[in-house]
Write a protein that binds this ligand. Structure first.
Ligand code: PLP
Length: 431
């Protein structure tokens, strides 16, 4: 019996059930992964007990000699993992997560009410890149700053750089943000830099989704063209839930102090040192040849899944993928992403509904997002992903059948098999 099991069986059982759910189903959520046992061990250590506000060598609490050593090691590994020269780049490893890293980066780079442009959420951007609707400013990044999002071209699904350049000419942003949560293609970082330079703006890349691919050279690196680069550490990088902020040290406008101050004291308090230990472990792993092979496999698997879906006649945004994710447009099947997400849940295939460019409503988006990073961590190869695509095809066929008011044989079989199931009853009500 572990101490947790002995002291709190209720929480222990929830943890065990979640572990079982993760390992017994097919995890295709593009922002998730299975971190290593070593990372989990580092995350659950006595380092959680320690306060260490400040930076190594300049703390507001005593007793930080080991924490200083750890944070310095983590910073060194973060720069090494992305091939960065410490004279040109520095990094803050204290952000609690991706959203806090992004808000700290905005706090460092621009003033309240300054103008920023990020990829619109329905186009694949993240909330923290200035998301707002026609009616409401949703994210603090649009509440405290003036946001004018840019979009993907509805016909191709690729970022419309010409329109971004035109709109930047009108809006004159202080900050351009590249990177996103549901964009399956490479980013033209040089073009962002060029547009930003026309307005004396900063360029920030949020490489959260692809940082494991960037670290291994499986996606192009944003560092040559950006002033600040943020990332989460728990997606393709396969670490604990946390964030990092990289900043240029050689630009002459004191980004180093501005970012460090923005993290603490502006946005956060004491660093989560147990998490920093886990990040350090992850970054060591990310520099290994095994991780390079993993990242190559992540991409190969995403392509295999995309091709298999296309063979069954499905439409994918941008017609494919360059990275770990696929944006699957279900509008031709007249299905909503929510319905497919629910039916997949019943089949223990975990995916998430996602907007597709041109969707009328963000509440009932017309597609789903699929990612290959988690199942690749479970050693799956291309042929396994072809099989997964086959399962997805069957699930969508069921969803289409459930949709068919006349009722197909498949729907009858499906309902008969799941007679009495509450979620099915709910689905029938919706039909
Ligand atoms: N940035 C991007 C591009 C993301 O996709 C996400 C989360 O999915 C975040 C930031 C936010 O990270 P967190 O959930 O750790 O706050």
């Amino acid at each position: 019996h572990t101490p947790l099991e002995q002291e709190d069986k209720e929480v222990y059982d929830i943890v065990e059930n979640e572990k079982y759910r993760q390992w017994s189903g097919l995890e295709l959520i593009a922002s998730e992964n299975f971190t290593s046992q070593a990372t989990i061990e580092a995350n659950g250590t006595a380092l959680t007990n320690k306060y260490s506000e400040g930076l190594p060598g300049a703390r507001y609490y005593g007793g930080n000699e080991h924490i200083d050593e750890l944070e310095n090691l983590c910073r060194k590994r973060a720069l090494a993992a992305f091939g960065l020269n410490p004279e040109q780049w520095g990094v803050n490893v204290q952000p609690y997560s991706g959203s806090t890293a992004n808000f700290a980066a905005l706090t460092a780079l621009i003033q309240p009410q300054d103008r920023l442009m990020g990829l619109d959420l329905p186009s694949g951007g993240h909330l923290t890149h200035g998301y707002q609707t026609n009616k409401k400013k949703i994210s603090s990044s649009s509440i405290y700053f003036a946001s004018m999002p840019y979009q993907v071209d509805q016909a191709t699904g690729y970022i419309d750089y010409d329109r971004l350049e035109q709109n930047a000419g009108l809006f004159r942003p202080k900050l351009l943000i590249c990177g996103g949560s549901a964009y399956p293609r490479e980013w033209d970082y040089a073009r962002f830099r060029k547009i930003a330079d026309q307005h004396g703006a900063y360029v920030m890349c949020d490489m959260a989704h692809i940082s494991g691919l960037v670290a291994t050279g499986e996606a192009s690196s944003p560092f040559d063209f950006c002033d600040v680069v943020t990332t989460t550490t728990h997606k393709t990088l396969r670490g604990p839930r946390a964030g990092l902020i990289f900043f240029r040290r050689d630009k002459g406008d004191d980004l180093e102090n501005r970012v460090n101050q923005a993290v603490f004291p502006s946005c956060q308090g004491g660093p989560h040192n147990n998490t920093i230990a886990a990040i350090a472990v992850t970054l060591k792993q990310a520099a290994s040849p095994e991780f390079k092979r993993y990242a190559q496999q992540v991409r190969a698997n995403a392509v295999a899944m995309a091709e298999a879906l296309k063979k069954n006649g499905y439409k994918l945004a941008t017609d494919g993928t360059d990275n770990h994710l696929i944006l699957w447009d279900l509008k031709p099947q007249k299905l909503t992403g929510s319905k497919v997400e629910r039916i997949c849940d019943m089949a223990h295939i975990t995916i998430n509904k996602n907007s597709i460019a041109g969707d009328k409503s963000a509440v009932t988006p017309g597609g789903v997002r699929l990612g290959s990073s988690a199942l690749t961590s479970r050693s799956m190869k291309e042929e396994d992903f072809v099989k997964v695509a086959e399962f997805l095809h069957r699930t969508v066929q069921i969803a289409v059948a459930v949709q068919d008011k006349a009722g197909s044989k498949m729907m009858k079989d499906f309902v008969a098999a799941l007679e009495g199931n509450e979620e099915i009853a709910q689905l029938k009500k919706e039909v």
